[in-house]
Design a protein around this ligand. Structure first.
Ligand code: A2P
Length: 348
C-alpha cells in the first residue's frame, strides 16, 4: 500500500528552505500535508507548492502535531530549541544545522555514502555540512577502490552558505562598490564582492575555524573512518551559490588516473566534467542548480606518486543542503524507516 507523509519545513523562507519546497515538488515526494514554518516575522506570508498558496506559520510545539517528517533549516539554535517538540510529536527531524551532527546517537547521512546508518535513527538525522557533502560524494568512489589515507582540501565557498540575506548582501555590495559607495557588511565581517577571506566561522584554539573542523570530523563520521587524516582551509569567495574545492588525496600506493576517472564517471551524485584540450573543468556557475557534483582536473600530484589532485564544484543549496535532506527523506520512505499514512483512496 502506498504511503503519504505530513511534512513540515522549518525555516521555509530561507535559501535552503525555499529549495526544499522546490525539491519536494520536483521529485514528487509523497506529501499528504505540507506545513511551512519560520520565525514570527514571516507568519502570514505565503509560498506556493504544486500551484497552491500555503500560509507560513510561526514555529510552535503545536505545529508539529501530526507531522511525520520535519526538514529543518533555520540554524542550530532553532533546531536545538525545537528538536524535543518534534520528536515528542513522533516526527523524524532531518536537520540541516550543525546542532546534532557529531552526537553519537544521531546518524550523519549522505545517501550515496552511508545510507545504512540511517536505520538506527532515534528521531533525528543530521544533514552534513555542505562542503563535506560535496567532497564526500566526489571522493567516496575512489575510497571504495583504494582507501584514502589523507585529504588536503581548500574550499572556495559561495555566499549562499550564509543564507539568503548574505546572497542579497553580496549583490548590494557589488552595486555599492561599482558606484564608489561603502558596501554594506551585515552578514559578513568584510565585503565579499570583489574580495575573498578565510571562512567567517569562529576560530578555534588550534588555529582552525569551525567550518574546517566540520570537514575533518564529519568526513570521518560519514566514512566511518575515525582516524582518517584530513586538513582543510575554507575560504569565502564572491560566488552566489555553488562551492568549489581543490582536493589532494593520498593513498597507500599510486592510484591509476583512468580508473579514477571511470569510478567518478560511474558513481551516483557526481559527474565527471573535464575537457583537457579546451582547459574546461567544473565551474560554480555551471554547477549552480545542478543535482550532481561536478568533478574534474584529475591529475597526478607531481610531488608524491601516492597522491592525486582533483577539482570539484557543487551546488551548495542543492546537494550541499536541500537535495541531500530530501534524499534522506526518500531513503526513510523507501526503507520504511519513518511512519506514514495510508494514501487517500488506498486505505483498508
Ligand atoms: P524568517 O525568514 O522568518 O527569519 P537563511 O539561512 O536563508 O538565512 O534562512 C533562515 C531561515 O530560518 C528562515 O526561514 C528564517 O525565517 C528561519 N528562522 C530564523 N530564525 C528563526 C527562529 N528563531 N524560529 C524559526 N525560524 C527561524
Amino acid at each position: 500500500m502506498s504511503q503519504t507523509y505530513s511534512v513540515a519545513i522549518l525555516g521555509a523562507t530561507g535559501a535552503v528552505g525555499t529549495e526544499l519546497l522546490t525539491l519536494l515538488e520536483e521529485r514528487n515526494f509523497p506529501v499528504s500535508q505540507l506545513k511551512l514554518l519560520a520565525s514570527p516575522r514571516s507568519a502570514g506570508k505565503t509560498l506556493t507548492f504544486k500551484g497552491q498558496e500555503i500560509a507560513i506559520e510561526a514555529v510552535s510545539a503545536e505545529a508539529f502535531q501530526g507531522i511525520d517528517i520535519v526538514l529543518a533549516s533555520a540554524g542550530g539554535s532553532t533546531s536545538k530549541a525545537w528538536a524535543k517538540a518534534i520528536t515528542d510529536a513522533g516526527a523524524v527531524m532531518i536537520d540541516n544545522s550543525s546542532a546534532f551532527r557529531m552526537d553519537p546517537t544521531v546518524p550523519l547521512i549522505v545517501p550515496e555514502i552511508n545510507p545504512a546508518a540511517a536505520a538506527d535513527h532515534q528521531g533525528i538525522i543530521a544533514n552534513p555540512n555542505c562542503t563535506t557533502i560535496l567532497m564526500g560524494v566526489a571522493i567516496y568512489p575512489l575510497h571504495q577502490i583504494q582507501p584514502i589515507r589523507r585529504i588536503v582540501v581548500s574550499t572556495y565557498q559561495s555566499a549562499s552558505g550564509a543564507g539568503a540575506r548574505a546572497m542579497e548582501e553580496v549583490k548590494q555590495q557589488a552595486i555599492a562598490i561599482l558606484d564608489d559607495q561603502t558596501p554594506p557588511t551585515e552578514s559578513f565581517p568584510y565585503p565579499l564582492a570583489f574580495n575573498l577571506f578565510p571562512h567567517n566561522s569562529p576560530l578555534q584554539p588550534n588555529g582552525y575555524c569551525e567550518e574546517e573542523l566540520k570537514m575533518v570530523n564529519e568526513t570521518r563520521k560519514i566514512f566511518g573512518e575515525s582516524h582518517l587524516r584530513v586538513t582543510a582551509t575554507c575560504i569565502r569567495v564572491p560566488v552566489l551559490r555553488a562551492h568549489s574545492e581543490a582536493i589532494n588525496l593520498e593513498f597507500d600506493g599510486p592510484f591509476d588516473l583512468t580508473q579514477a576517472r571511470e569510478a567518478i564517471a560511474a558513481a551516483p551524485g557526481v559527474e565527471l566534467r573535464e575537457n583537457w584540450e579546451e582547459n574546461y573543468f567544473p565551474m560554480p556557475n555551471e554547477a549552480s542548480g545542478m543535482d550532481d557534483v561536478l568533478a574534474g582536473r584529475i591529475r597526478q600530484d607531481i610531488s608524491d606518486p601516492n597522491c592525486i589532485d582533483l577539482w570539484i564544484s557543487g551546488d551548495q543549496i542543492r546537494k550541499g543542503a536541500a537535495l541531500n535532506a530530501v534524499q534522506i527523506a526518500e531513503l526513510l520512505v523507501e526503507k520504511s524507516w519513518v511512519k506514514g499514512k495510508a494514501a487517500a483512496g488506498t486505505a483498508g
